[in-house]
Design a protein around this ligand. Structure first.
Ligand code: ATP
Ligand code: MG
Length: 448
């Protein structure tokens, strides 16, 4: 069919499109869209959210010619649906039939509410591609819906960041939750690290995550990664942070003690800062400690958003090998658990291997729970005294006490001889070491 080669004609696209939102109880709501070419997946979810305010909708479906349901969860899939719909419209026109509205079926997880079911008409304004907040027409029964849509927009556009201003460059790494990109922020000329996490969650949960992330704007410490903003596009959240040109510590093998000492000072200061804000890090490990060629060391990926942590955890099953024994056993989590993770991380960085030989961390740090049982059952490993200084061995031994209460409290960490010894503000040591390591890496890997 010629149609398939050319796509919908401009004339057809410029006509109003009627989307019939089918409701699980058998009703339907017609929504007239005047600017179909600019319609975004999020616009449709917004309107579904107003039709079914109590439902948790993250996607919708339409039926193909065989009656099979096709799921739509992105702008791309929306385009495919519209393309398919216009081809059926053309056939109806050719056959002189009545044009059927485009029927969609929200995928609701909870029973929908009964509000606004009959006779609701919602229109998108012509040319309002980025303006879904103003897409709701006067025929909506309540202005409060308009307001909540605008509010949502504001929340989702938190901070100064949005997708249009970002140019993605290299992939910096993949984690359990998502992918981190090196990116260029056009308006500011800044290089960023953008972590993109796919999340199949409702708009409600998206809102909750965005408000939980608010605290990141208030974090102001040279030992914590700078946060520039976050936004949702379709079902992905992007978190924009300061780029650290030395990357994370997990890729550096066996760090010498005099360098590690300065790194430990920064990590302890970063943790103490977070704890002072009543934030537990919850994911202390070498890949969440970042360094740069200026010799700065900063913590990232701390769990400020319970909802974000929970949503990621639903997708990625496993237990973190740096978790304290009490956490592996499912007991209560506190500052002391962060202290364990600090100890085991620095032990690994000093040895150049994970301290429990029976635990092989091949890919990432998530492991089946049974494999980590030895952390609960066995005595904690100790750094070999011959190879490391007495204060360093003592520091790690204290942090890795099996009983949480026996581990150092924040003030004891700062006052520990190992930390005091290296708390000399000498960033040069770390800086020179990072530069040398990057240089070595470049020369062994050759030009990229
Ligand atoms: P997990 O998902 O279990 O936390 P992870 O920490 O290795 O594992 P990510 O947080 O997704 O995974 O990070 C992937 C990699 O991206 C990191 O290992 C690090 O090398 C790199 N990275 C992350 N943030 C930055 C940043 N701000 N600057 C430079 N590199 C970064
Ligand atoms: Mg990380």
């Amino acid at each position: 069919m010629l149609w398939l080669l050319c796509g919908p004609s401009r004339a057809m696209e410029s006509q109003a499109l009627v989307i019939r939102i089918k409701i699980p109880d058998g009703g339907a709501v017609d929504w007239t869209v005047h600017s179909a070419p600019q319609l975004l997946f999020r616009d449709v979810l917004d309107v579904i959210g107003q039709v079914l305010p109590d439902a948790t909708t993250t996607a919708f479906e339409y039926e193909d010619e065989d009656g099979d349901r096709i799921t739509v969860r992105s702008d791309e899939e929306m385009k495919a649906m519209l393309s398919y719909y216009y081809s059926t419209v053309m056939e109806q026109q050719v056959n002189g039939q009545l044009i059927e509205p485009l029927q969609i079926y929200p995928r609701a997880c909870k029973p929908p509410g009964k509000r606004n079911i009959h006779g609701l008409k919602v229109n998108t304004r012509a040319g309002s591609a980025n303006n879904s907040s103003s897409a709701v027409s006067d025929s909506l029964p309540s202005n409060s819906l308009k307001k909540s849509s605008a509010e949502l927009k504001k929340i989702l556009a938190n901070g100064q960041m949005n997708e249009q201003d970002i140019r993605y460059r290299d992939i910096l790494g993949h984690g359990n939750g998502g992918t981190v990109y090196k990116a260029y922020h056009v308006p500011s000329g800044k290089i960023l690290a953008v972590k993109v996490i796919p999340l199949d969650i409702t708009l409600e949960l998206q809102k909750q995550i965005m408000s939980e992330l608010e605290i990141l704007y208030k974090c102001d410490s040279s030992y914590i990664i700078g946060f520039y903003g976050a936004f949702f596009v379709e079902n992905r959240i992007s978190l924009c942070t300061e780029f650290m040109d030395g990357g994370s510590l997990d890729v550096y093998r066996k760090i010498p003690e005099h360098v590690l000492g300065r790194i430990a000072v920064a990590v302890v200061k970063g943790l103490t800062y977070l704890w002072s804000l009543k934030i537990l890090h919850r994911d202390v490990k070498p890949s969440n400690m970042l360094v740069n060629t200026r010799g700065q060391v900063k913590l990232c990926d701390f769990g400020v958003s319970t909802q974000l942590v929970n949503s990621i955890a639903k997708t990625y099953v496993g237990t973190n090998a740096y978790m304290a024994p009490e956490r592996i056993s499912g007991e209560q989590y506190g500052i002391h658990s962060d202290v364990w993770s600090l100890g085991i991380s620095f032990m690994e960085l000093a040895l150049g291997r994970f301290p429990y030989p029976q635990i092989q961390k091949n890919q990432g740090s998530l492991m089946p729970l049974q494999l980590l049982q030895c952390i609960v059952d066995e005595e904690s490993p100790v750094l070999p005294a011959g190879e490391f200084s007495e204060p360093f061995v003592h520091f790690i031994t204290q942090c890795m006490k099996k009983q949480p209460k026996e581990r150092p409290a924040p003030e004891d960490l700062m006052g520990h001889p190992f930390i005091m010894q290296y708390n000399d503000g000498n960033a040069e040591v770390v800086s020179m070491w990072v530069c040398r390591m990057l240089e070595e890496r470049r020369s062994t890997q050759g030009p990229q």
